[in-house]
Design a protein around this ligand. Structure first.
Ligand SMILES: [Zn+2]
Length: 316
């Protein structure tokens, strides 16, 4: 089976758009900057660990779900970094990309991080997170009347992370240990627990229950920079449409991709559709006729059929 690449989560795309658009004078700028740093480090860690799957010799059949989001009965959204499903067992994986030393305490349900500079803080206990996920997947299996062992593991993306005290409830290891860990599970559960039909039934159910959560942020329009912004000028200068191309008057750069990026920012932070008039106003396009030609060239899906037509901005 083909291993699908992990997509950037909606929250990270939103944070990237916010940091391009939010004026640095906004009181929330530093909050989003720090949030983006954490999210980006987490995503980089997950992508790093994903490379291990490509190098593994995995017995078929199997299915990998990266960044699996689901809504529990109480209406809360949960996210599992990776769900690995085989007819022998199901494995829930939590990936941590954290520097320093980590000590897990099953009694206090706390994970203490000690940084190289001696600074100590506590992070949400990842074992509890996985136990919650395990209960959810167990319920799914029970409802389908299927019996499949569930195993769980916490992986450290950075080899420099020092794992101190560990949990007895959940294996915690460096990501390099994943192939060996899975090999041991195949030996432990050498008998198939599911038939091909049951395995397909489970995959179908997991695909149906998957729900990507949209991260909504209400940011006042006046706090956001409008226009097509120059990436070469750290998104501080506007670009102008001149003879079919986008130019920055400050650095002289010509970059048509900056327009695609600006449309995505508009889709994420403002509206998923755009009109000819708004395109003109938001992106400083000299005339509605030119804006119309740009919209025609983009081939966006048109909603409505008069001068107030909306055009759907697709996900990039
Ligand atoms: Zn520039």
């Amino acid at each position: 089976m083909r291993i699908m690449e992990r997509k950037k989560p909606h929250k990270l795309l939103m944070l990237e758009a916010i940091l391009r658009r939010l004026k640095k004078t906004s009181p929330n700028y530093s909050y989003f900057l720090e949030y983006h740093r954490k999210m980006n480090a987490g995503f980089a860690g997950e992508r790093y660990v994903d490379r291990i799957w490509q190098e593994m010799n995995l017995p078929s059949p199997f299915q990998l779900f990266h960044d699996y989001c689901f809504v529990n009965d109480a209406g809360f959204t949960h996210q599992v970094d990776t769900v690995f499903v085989t007819p022998h067992f199901l494995c829930l994986i939590e990936i941590k990309n954290i520097a320093g030393r980590l000590d897990f305490d099953d009694v206090k349900r706390q994970c203490i991080r000690t940084m190289a500079n001696g600074k100590v803080d506590s992070i949400a206990y990842p074992v509890d997170q996985l136990l919650r996920h395990e209960r959810y997947f167990q319920n799914v299996l029970t409802q389908l009347q299927l019996k499949l062992p569930i195993v769980k593991v916490i992986l450290m993306a950075q080899s420099s992370t020092m794992i101190g005290q560990v949990s007895v409830e959940c294996p915690i290891m460096h990501s390099i240990g994943l192939p060996h860990f899975l090999q041991k599970q195949w030996q432990r559960f050498s008998q198939r627990a599911l038939t091909n039909r049951e395995f397909d039934q489970l995959l179908e159910q997991l695909a149906t229950m998957r729900q990507d959560k949209l991260w909504v942020q209400e940011i006042a329009h006046e706090e956001l920079k409008s226009g097509v912004l120059c990436p070469n000028c750290a998104y501080e200068q506007k670009m102008y449409y001149v003879q079919g191309s986008w130019f920055c008057r400050s650095c002289g750069m010509e970059n048509n991709e900056a327009f695609d990026e600006a449309l995505q920012d508009y889709r994420l932070l403002r509206e998923s559709t755009i009109t000819n008039a708004i395109l003109c106003k938001e992106f400083n396009i000299p005339s509605k006729y030119i804006a119309y030609r740009i919209l025609q060239a983009l081939k966006f899906e048109k909603v409505g059929n008069n001068r107030y037509s909306q055009y759907k901005i697709p996900e990039s």
